[in-house]
Design a protein around this ligand. Structure first.
Ligand SMILES: [Ca+2]
Ligand SMILES: [Ca+2]
Length: 228
């Protein structure tokens, strides 16, 4: 049964950290990005990798940048997991990023005044839909964002994975993405637009249920008997 948990940021961070450790063998994919592929001198906005993982119920992202030594960066996650979704250049933060029509989920993270995150789903418009939490590791220049029970909810709808984009930006509506993960190349920088040309794919890790394992064992036993 799917249950929506609304958790405080602190609780989410604590659970998320525990899940990271527990889920390392279940599924984690690292997507690399070039270092220095930005038009501005903001290493806190230069993505070097994004790690996506799940444990069969929760979904986590770790965004690593060249140097997180600044407390004002903004980080965006766009997810396309089903038909329909947003128009192009249509995100809840009004950042100037084109090439991303059909998005169904958006999360924005910021480091000002401590740090926090917010998440939205698209249904005829953007609606803030989740209470989330992030964990910032200044020493490793990384920001980890965990969404509880999202995988459970989406798998109940027959979803087995999703396409996504990650971008960095500033604090103002109309700001562009300074860096995008993938093959976009150097974006024009402050005062200009930005454009996504690819979406990365993540498929959920699959954990066979006990019943499925029993069936597999039975099948193996039957095939061994037949070979005798
Ligand atoms: Ca980069
Ligand atoms: Ca969509």
């Amino acid at each position: 049964m799917y249950m929506m948990f609304r958790v405080t940021p602190l609780a989410a961070v604590m659970v998320g950290t525990a899940m990271m450790a527990a889920s390392s063998s279940l599924g984690a994919v690292v997507y690399d990005d070039s270092t220095g592929d930005i038009a501005t001198g903001n290493p806190n906005l230069d993505i070097t990798s994004v790690t996506v993982w799940d444990n069969g119920s929760d979904l986590g992202f770790t965004i690593t940048v060249d140097n997180l030594d600044a407390d004002w960066g903004k980080y965006m996650l766009f997810i396309d997991y089903q038909d329909g979704g947003s128009g192009d250049n249509d995100n809840p933060w009004a950042r100037n990023v084109s090439g991303l029509g059909g998005m169904d989920f958006f999360s924005g993270m910021w480091l000002d005044n401590g740090y926090n995150a917010t998440a939205y789903s698209y249904s005829g418009g953007w609606h803030e839909s989740y209470t989330t939490g992030i964990d910032v590791d200044w020493a490793s220049n990384s920001i980890t964002f965990v969404m509880m029970d999202v995988v459970t909810s989406w798998m109940d709808q027959g979803i087995t994975g999703f396409d996504f984009e990650v971008g960095t930006t500033g604090g103002g509506a109309g700001d562009p993405a300074i860096d995008l993960i993938g093959a976009e190349g150097v974006q024009p920088g402050w005062g200009n637009g930005s454009h996504s040309v690819d979406r990365l794919r993540y498929d959920f890790s699959t954990v066979p249920a006990p019943g499925a394992l029993a069936l597999l064992a039975l099948a193996g036993f039957a095939s061994r008997r037949r070979r005798r």
